[in-house]
Design a protein around this ligand. Structure first.
Ligand code: 5AD
Ligand code: SF4
Length: 440
């Protein structure tokens, strides 16, 4: 049997795409190799949101090219967003690449890879536009599943390459989503994460055929027997409407956790980013969410060094971070992406200034996250067990409803819900011991 190895870069959407790529390759008769060295086909599912993944990919493809010189039968396939952004150019940039395909064309992998990986069609770029709803999947976390609700994005944030590579938003039909969730529950899945570039605008493009909105989808998933936890990512602050807030407050399975990208605390920069909300509107939304959903955990994404960002703008970002007190935050240095409006703006911020701002931001983010986790010590958290801890196999690992990772002592099976007494905390994790299993 020929074997594949897949390396994934980028976001959760890409991780989920990778599960589908694996499922597709396995349905074509390929097995999974334990390392790149043992594979007949090496696949890279790429990202191009910032410069770092581009650079990393370049190094990986260099290694793969060297292996191919020793073994010319090795097939190198590049999928995902970087491939889509570069289209045919990828074969000029990296002549060692045999096959390239965009995120929309995973269902057509057989056209390029061939059944059993035999009959690879080299040098052709694959892109398809329609929704890939019913693909085989190879799930990575037993009790958890990603469920894609939409693909593409209709926003036009001036820094972002995603709309260019993933296209206009297309929502999947609610009946198909609920059917998938029901099947997952029957397979033993207890937690789902609904995935979309902007989950809160889900459903709009289905009108007039189907009139619905994301809150209704949350309620429909909440009603599926066996699903104990529902998460979603990511909502755009501009589209967070009352019916979704009400559904979050009323549905038992919907977790008290929202990843709500702020990007900047300066209304002037938010305007240049084309986020279509101001600092005040964002902060007011946070207050409304907190009032409706007790004990809500908030995460965010922040970009520093967007073109034209002054020290004063950056201070406003720090102020918002202090004001909201996020439980977690992903922090990014602005990276110009070819073809986006921001890349062509004057006043690009010098690298040294961007780095200095990132350091200051990370310090504040980590201090607050550590303080917030410390507040949980002495309390009891409901934890969904994921398996042994990554750092110490004597411990178990799981996640709270608020999405904090917990390492703990005691005995339990993956997929079980347990109550854990919290005994310690860092800025990213909690530590504790099992108090009891949660009654079913
Ligand atoms: N530079 C830096 N960060 C970016 N992001 C998106 N585009 C860029 C860019 N050009 C960040 C945003 C987004 C997250 C997924 O990546 O914060 O929410
Ligand atoms: Fe995800 Fe965007 Fe990277 Fe594509 S470019 S993998 S959508 S983060």
């Amino acid at each position: 049997m020929r074997r594949y190895h897949l390396t994934t870069f980028g976001c959760q959407m890409n991780s989920h795409d990778s599960e589908r790529i694996k499922g597709m390759l396995e349905s074509l008769g390929l097995g999974e190799a334990t390392s790149k060295e043992e594979a007949d086909i090496v696949v890279f599912n790429t990202c191009t949101i910032r410069e770092k993944p581009d650079t990393k990919l370049s190094a990986y493809l260099g290694d793969a090219g060297a292996r191919k010189r020793e073994n010319p039968d090795l097939v190198i396939a590049v999928g995902g967003c970087y491939a889509e952004a570069q289209q045919e150019r990828i074969f000029d940039l990296y002549p060692q690449v045999d096959v390239a395909f965009g995120p929309g064309s995973i269902p057509h992998l057989a056209d390029w890879v061939g059944v059993g990986g035999v009959g690879v069609e080299r040098g052709r770029f694959g892109t398809h536009e329609h929704f890939a709803a019913d693909l085989p999947q190879h799930r990575e976390r037993g009790a958890h599943a990603w469920v894609q609700v939409s693909m593409g994005c209709n926003s036009s944030c001036s820094y972002c390459i995603v709309p260019a590579v993933r296209g206009r938003e297309q929502s999947r039909r609610p009946g198909d989503i609920v059917a998938e969730v029901t099947q997952l529950a029957a397979d033993g899945v207890r937690e789902i994460t609904l995935l979309g570039q902007n989950v809160n605008s889900w459903g709009r493009d289905l009108a007039p055929d189907i009139r619905t909105e994301f809150g209704e989808l949350l309620r429909a998933c909440d009603a599926v027997e066996g699903i104990e936890r529902i998460r979603f990512t990511s909502p755009h602050p501009k589209d967070f409407r009352d019916p979704v807030i009400a559904a979050m407050a009323e549905c038992d399975a919907v977790c008290e956790h929202i990843h709500l990208p702020v990007q900047s605390g300066s209304s002037r920069i938010l305007k240049a980013m084309r986020r279509t909300y101001t600092r005040e509107r964002y902060v007011a939304l946070v207050a409304k969410l907190r009032a409706a959903i007790p004990d809500l955990a908030l995460g965010t994404d922040v970009i520093v060094g967007f073109p034209g960002e002054t020290e004063e703008d950056f201070r406003e970002t720090l102020e918002v971070v202090e004001e909201v007190r996020y439980d977690s935050a992903f922090t990014f240095i602005y990276s110009p992406r070819r073809g986006t409006d921001a890349a062509a703006m004057a006043d690009q911020v010098p690298e040294a200034v961007k780095h200095e701002r990132l350091e200051r931001l990370v310090e504040v983010v980590q201090r607050i996250a550590a303080e917030k986790n410390a507040e949980r010590v002495g309390g009891v958290e409901e934890v969904l067990v994921e398996g042994p801890s990554r750092t110490d196999i004597a411990l178990l690992r799981g996640r709270t409803r608020r999405n904090t990772t917990v390492n703990f002592t005691g005995s339990a099976q993956a997929g079980e819900l347990v109550h854990v007494v919290v005994e310690g905390a860092t800025s990213t994790t909690l530590r504790g011991r099992i108090a009891a299993a949660v009654a079913a």
